[in-house]
Structure formats: C-alpha cells, structure tokens
Design a binder for this molecule. Structure first.
Ligand code: ADP
Length: 358
C-alpha cells in the first residue's frame, strides 16, 4: 500500500497479475515446473506462492496510470478552429511556432526564443485550444497536464512525475508541454502549510532552467489567477512571456459563432451577426454551449414532430431539420454569459501591472 501511491484499482489488479506471473516464471526458471509432466506435483503447487520479491518485480513493470496518461498527443486543432484572438495567435506564431520550426534561423539571428509562456484570462476563452493549435501548427508533440491533477493523482510522486514529463518532452522534441491551471501547483511559496507545492515549484523551476536553448521544448502554462502565482515563475528564462487571452469582443464572437456552426444546418432566419451583438460577456465555451443547446432545441422539435425516427438518414435530417433563430433565443435564455464587466476590469488591471515590468 505504501509503495503504490497514485495507483488506481486497475493498476493494482495489473500489479497482482504481474506478481503472480513473476512467481510462475520463478518456478519455471528453477526447473520446478516440468511442462512434459501431466500435472504439477502437489509439493510444487504448495511452493507456488507469490512472495514479496515477486511484488517488487511487478512494481518495476506496472506504473500508475496517472503517469501513463501523460501521453504524447498529436493534437489536431488548427488556427482556423479558433475564432478571434488574432494578435494572440500572431504572438504564439512568433514565440513558439517559428522557433520550433526554424531553430537555425533564431540561432543565426541571435534571438533567444522564450522557454515559457503564460496564457492568462477568464476560463473558457480558448487557452487550451491555443496551446493545442500552436503544437499542431508547429508540427510538434503535445503533453498536457492539469495542475489540480498533479496534486491529487500523483500524491507523493509529483516531483518524480514532473521530471518524467520533461524527460519525455525532450525525447520527443519538438514538444509543447502544456500546464493547465498552473496556479494549483504554483501558488506563492510559503503559503502552503504542508509545503507540497513549494517542492513542486522548485522541481518545475529546475526543469525550466534546464531546458537548453533551441532544444525544441516549450512550456505553455494557463491560469485564470495570474495574481496568485509564485513570482519566481515569471522571472526571465521562465514564464517571461505573459499573454492575456481576453473574453471575446463582438467581432471575435461572430468568428467563434462561425467556427461552431460550421457543421450545423442553420435556418435562413439565423443571423450570426445579431447573435454576436447579443452575447456580450459570453466566452468561446459559452458560445459553444449556446450552439449546442440551439441544435438540441431543433432536434427535440423534430423528434416530437416525428421527422426524426429511428433509422432516419443523416442526409435527410440535415435537409429537413434546421436550427432557427428562435432555437438560439431559447438557448440564450438557458446559457448565460460567464464573464462580467468586473472580471474584464480585473484582467485589464493585471495586464497593466504586468506590462509595467512587475
Ligand atoms: P480555457 O483553456 O481558456 O479555459 P478552452 O480552450 O478549454 O478554454 O475552451 C473550451 C472550449 O470552448 C473549447 O473546446 C472550444 O470549443 C470553445 N472555445 C473557447 N474559446 C474559443 C475560441 N476563441 N474559438 C472557438 N472556440 C472556443
């Protein structure tokens, strides 16, 4: 129990199986099990016990799934899947995509690309999407971890796992390492009574400092609480590029509506311009929810009217079922804006503070 921090039920089952296999292997190697014989003699069966050593052998083979989940991903989010945020995309192109694609050019020009970038802003504004898109567009691998998970799933193993992530990242370079909700693992040092996060920050800083120039590893972190981060993280050579990912303005909201209605059959009366106007305070995630809700409204109606029946073909449904402006209006009543004026002000203040050189 002590040695299996971070193991879930399935991992423990795998461990038990591996230990039993190790015991079997041992007896076979010792020549005690004779495959020619018709049955295994009773004395041998009695000896066939899973020992402590077998479990230690098994522990070498089975790792907790939390770590196995830290898988290299090849994301397929493209720049055009993100509505608005044009200047943020451009900054990421220059700070991440170019250095990963043309490292020689940066060396030749004597420019040091950033190792770490912090995206901050309200939840649901596309930070994760941006990190994935920049990895796709740079033809880089992607490793994503979430701050709260590092703390909860990796109890006692967190530092080791952070080391492991960076090892994997270097091995698979070019790699974008994405740390979502970094505030969970990196609040100001000294504020955590049991010092878990202090050790984590130190490990993370060590790894960041160890990234060599043009090694093809870039770390992108995201947070909606940039003000509570340990300031040491934001020093030069670490997360020294701070980029606000704001709630979308009307023009950006229109672009986001366009992205999310790409595959939705819309009725003639639907005006995305009008919807963009009426959705102040809605984030990209909110808009996605509005579109989904509106489409569901249309579907409910079609099922009630018997237009959709079991076996109705997709092509027929797309022809006959259209999402109307009224469906969107109903959806807007159900899904509200998640960003207030105060929230927007709060991030603006932080942006000003950051731009004044912290
Ligand atoms: P964050 O990481 O900022 O909390 P996400 O990137 O996880 O937000 O966004 C959640 C979902 O909201 C995305 O999967 C996407 O469907 C939608 N979304 C958010 N921002 C945008 C955007 N700018 N354009 C298109 N979709 C968006």
């Amino acid at each position: 129990a002590e040695k299996t921090h971070g193991f879930v039920g399935a991992d423990l089952a795998a461990l038990a199986r591996e230990a039993a296999m190790a015991a079997l292997r041992r007896l076979i190697e010792e020549g005690k099990i004779d495959f020619e014989a018709e049955s295994i003699p009773k004395e041998v069966l009695e000896e066939l016990k899973v020992t402590r050593r077998d479990f230690y052998e098994a522990l070498k083979m089975v790792e907790p799934s939390a770590l196995r989940e830290v898988l290299l991903e090849v994301p397929n989010v493209r720049w055009e899947d993100i509505g608005g945020l044009e200047d943020v995309k451009q900054q990421l192109r220059e700070a991440v995509e170019w250095p990963l694609k043309y490292p020689e050019a940066f060396m030749a020009m004597g420019i040091t690309p950033p190792k770490g970038i912090l995206l901050y802003g309200p939840p649901g504004t596309g930070k994760t999407l941006l990190a994935k898109a920049v990895a796709t567009e740079s033809e880089a691998n992607f490793i994503g971890i979430r701050g709260p998970e590092v703390l909860s799933k990796w109890v006692g193993e967190s530092e080791k796992n952070i080391r492991e992530i960076f090892r994997k990242a270097r091995q698979a370079a070019p790699t974008v390492v994405f740390i979502d909700e970094i505030d969970a693992i990196a609040p100001r040092r000294g504020t955590d009574v049991n010092r878990v996060t202090d050790r984590l920050i130190n490990q993370l800083l060590t790894e960041m400092d160890g990234i060599e120039e043009n090694s093809g590893v870039v770390v992108i972190a995201a947070t909606n609480r940039p003000d509570i981060l340990d300031p040491a993280l934001l020093r030069p050579g670490r997360f020294d590029r701070l980029i606000l990912v704001p709630a979308p303005d009307e023009k950006a909201r229109l672009e986001i509506f366009k992205v999310h209605t790409r595959n939705v059959p819309l009725a003639e009366d639907v005006s995305l311009e009008e919807l963009a106007k009426r959705t102040e305070g809605y984030t990209g995630a909110d808009i996605e929810a509005v579109v989904r809700e509106a489409a569901l409204n249309a579907m409910r109606r079609a099922i009630a009217e018997g237009i959709i029946k079991p076996g109705t073909r997709a092509s027929e449904i797309r022809q006959k079922v259209k999402v109307t402006m009224k469906d969107f209006e109903e959806a807007l009543k159900k899904v509200g804006p998640s960003v207030s004026k105060e929230t927007i002000e709060y991030y603006k203040k932080i942006e000003e503070m950051f731009s004044k050189g912290r």
